[in-house]
Design a protein around this ligand. Structure first.
Ligand code: ZN
Length: 295
């Protein structure tokens, strides 16, 4: 199908310049339809800033709402393999086995998956999904917790010890880059202020082959109610021939309007799809002292 579409696009490009440009863009699919967050508000923000980079041709696959009859799901066929990268903004009911198998095969075969915020809350009973995300919103008995120490060394906290998934009060917080050579984070300030968000902590899972790109310090100040640990915020995991890129940032519209968040998601999506990053770090990127939001 992908080959056919490519051939079609190349064929059409002989007649329309616009199609030539479109063919150079990465095809990105946002999956949504259920979430305990306002996906109707956040999916358009994701679509807008990704499209505005000029690097992506963005489509959206929306699942049936909660408690739909089984027949409604028969028409839910996101066709992952037709895309260069799939971005999940979904946190809801289990998908049909057919869709889950499609996603597993797509990623294992060299596809790219991007997880934003509560998308990692989904599917606790789907082993391949847990493998792909590494850590998810689960209780402390579910699996390992991973934090980094001051120097950046991984500390694995076993199941049953320490906090399970949670977050304190929303606030602006510093994202600290832990891998300055990775294409996604290369060139970002060593620390940058992210706009008001939930700072997830105590995420749990198999946590295998996690490449952690950035953390955030979860402050124990009573106003912030954190864990006192450096919690992973951005990471990637290989799955078969594919790549899964996760960021825990992005609770609400205001969090997603952070220039840093948008840059992480756009560069992360490009990298997951191609292994390279061509999108520049925006001039208005936040600094260690100051947050930066788009209007
Ligand atoms: Zn949230």
């Amino acid at each position: 199908m992908k080959h056919f579409l490519l051939t079609l696009a190349v064929g059409l490009s002989l007649f329309a310049t616009q199609t030539v440009n479109a063919a150079e863009k990465l095809k990105l699919l946002i999956v949504d339809g259920q979430n305990n967050h306002k996906w109707q508000v956040t999916s358009p923000i994701l679509k807008q800033f990704l499209s505005d980079t000029g690097r992506f041709d963005v489509s959206v696959a929306t699942s049936p709402p909660k408690k739909s009859p089984a027949e409604a799901w028969d028409n839910f066929d996101p066709e992952f393999s037709a895309y260069d990268v799939v971005l999940s903004n979904y946190n809801g009911e289990e998908w049909p086995m057919r869709v889950k198998t499609d996603l597993e095969q797509y990623v294992a075969g060299g596809g790219a998956l991007v997880i934003v915020h509560a998308a990692n809350n989904a599917f606790p009973n789907w082993p391949a999904w847990n493998q792909m995300i590494g850590l998810g919103w689960r209780n402390n008995k579910f699996g390992n917790r991973v934090i980094l120490d001051e120097e950046g060394k991984k500390v694995v906290v076993p199941a049953g010890e320490g906090p399970g998934a949670g977050h304190g009060s929303q606030h602006d917080f510093a994202v600290r880059v832990r891998d300055t050579e990775h294409p996604v984070t290369k060139g970002m300030p060593a620390e940058w202020m992210h706009v008001k968000d939930e700072l997830y902590h105590g995420q749990r899972g198999p946590a295998q082959s996690m490449n952690i790109l950035a953390t955030a310090y979860s402050d124990t100040d009573p106003k912030k109610r954190g864990t006192g640990a450096h919690e992973p915020m951005i990471w990637w995991i290989p799955y078969g021939k594919g790549r899964v890129f996760t960021t825990l940032l992005g609770h609400a519209d205001y969090s997603m309007k952070c220039v840093g968040f948008q840059s992480v998601v756009a560069r992360g999506s490009e990298w997951a799809a191609t292994g390279e990053v061509t999108l520049p770090i925006p001039d208005k990127f936040p600094t260690a002292e100051k947050t930066s939001s788009v209007e």
